[in-house]
Design a protein around this ligand. Structure first.
Ligand SMILES: [Zn+2]
Length: 85
């Protein structure tokens, strides 16, 4: 599937966000940049929205291996670091 506006190839996040922001069953999907432009929002906000939906377990946003960084930031008991608050 490609962005209806700029023709960029869409990933699951783009499609999921289009469905969230336009219509659950929309067949007109846009890339994050075009969605941001259309809704006059910074793309950064939309990427944050995607991460929020993903964290909430939304089925439209399957967990991506590249977004596991936040998981590793959890305090791990193996490496106690009292100075780091
Ligand atoms: Zn686009």
């Amino acid at each position: 599937m490609n962005c209806r506006r700029c023709g960029k190839e869409l990933n699951m996040d783009d499609v999921g966000l289009s469905r969230k922001m336009i219509h659950r069953a929309t067949i007109q999907c846009f890339c994050v940049e075009c969605l941001a432009d259309h809704f006059e929002l910074p793309a950064k906000i939309l990427y944050e929205q995607i991460e929020r939906y993903r964290a909430a377990g939304c089925s439209l946003f399957p967990p991506a291996p590249s977004s596991r960084l936040s998981m590793q930031r959890r305090k791990s008991p193996e490496s106690p670091n009292p100075e780091l608050k």
